[in-house]
Write a new protein. Structure first.
Length: 320
């Protein structure tokens, strides 16, 4: 496979996962606002923390003077100058897939192109006038259709493995970024050890990654920060845990390695990252040390992305 095709596939995987991450966080934020019935000041703070969880506070502050529902939705969903907005990711996914049509099933192109044409006609005014919930539900349905179709008809060859490698690297970074943001918020609020006061936050955190029902199966109503943190970091059976994502990433890189042994180093790095994640519980005893561990793991993911780029794509890696 040409280097350029491999790179485009890798980034399709990342863009699809990034869209899902943003959509889940925004959707959960709406539910939280209605369930807790916050006042206007608290609601604005929630939207600001949403941008923090995604990791683009500085970029947002440079472009918008106020932080509220409308500016955050515009920035994360429709802002074409924001390379990580949902619309930008959809547009880039379509562009990449158009160049890959000979390598991917026609069904995936049809699904992506139809959704691109739909979202192209949407804007902030129409979404706020109708129902933000229905709008983001439509995006989630498209993601489910795309992922389900890919899972059911794509041949498990290099194209599949590069798509999956991008998906799971992006998922790992997203979960680590969300946990870092929540951890930092707790430290700033001085509520890290107050499990009773943090119950609603933990429920929202679990719902933001689709892990609420799964968590309850293993921990019933024992919703503490430590248990939720452990579940999202280490649980091998939860597909959105960092451990599971890294294990899947390692599997994809090992499959690529069988046809290109230049990826031996990447497989070793993925394995090292998995080992580091398994050691995370040892760092939970100290608050600052725990946050440092999350930052170090995020940096390790960035280094892994850079290694993938330099080893195979031979182009500069652009951090998410």
């Amino acid at each position: 496979m040409m280097n350029r095709s491999a790179e485009l596939l890798f980034w399709v995987g990342r863009y699809i996962e990034r869209i899902e991450n943003h959509t889940r966080l925004i959707d959960v934020n709406y539910h939280l606002r209605h369930e807790l019935k916050r006042n206007e000041t608290e609601t604005d703070c929630m939207w600001e923390r949403l941008v923090s969880a995604i990791g683009h506070v500085q970029t947002f502050n440079k472009k918008y003077e106020t932080t509220n529902e409308r500016t955050i939705i515009q920035f994360l969903t429709f802002d074409k100058t924001n390379a990580n907005s949902i619309c930008s990711c959809v547009y880039q996914t379509r562009t990449n897939m158009r160049a890959l049509r000979q390598l991917l099933p026609d069904d995936l192109w049809d699904i992506t192109n139809a959704f691109y044409l739909w979202i192209k006609e949407q804007n902030l005014q129409s979404v706020m006038k109708q129902s933000p919930y229905l709008f983001y539900q439509r995006i989630r349905e498209w993601l489910a259709t795309f992922n389900g179709t890919a899972d059911s008809i794509m041949v498990r060859d290099q194209e599949w493995n590069f798509l999956q490698a991008g998906k799971y690297l992006e998922r790992t970074e997203n979960i680590l970024r969300i946990l870092s943001s929540i951890y930092l918020n707790f430290l700033e609020d001085g509520t890290l050890s107050q499990d009773k006061n943090n119950y609603n936050r933990m429920i929202v955190l679990l719902k933001s990654v689709g892990g609420y029902e799964g968590f309850r199966k293993f921990h019933a109503n024992n919703v503490t920060f430590e248990k939720v943190f452990e579940f999202m970091m280490l649980h091998p059976a939860f597909p959105r845990s960092v451990h599971s994502a890294l294990t899947s990433l390692e599997t994809s890189l090992q499959s690529i390695k069988q046809q290109d042994y230049n990826f031996a180093l990447l497989s070793d790095q993925a394995l090292d990252l998995t080992v580091k994640i398994k050691e995370i519980l040892a760092g939970l005893h100290g608050e600052l040390h725990g946050l440092d561990l999350l930052y170090k793991m995020l940096e390790s993911c960035h280094q892994l992305g850079g290694s993938i780029s330099k080893t195979f794509f031979q182009e500069e890696f652009v951090e998410a």
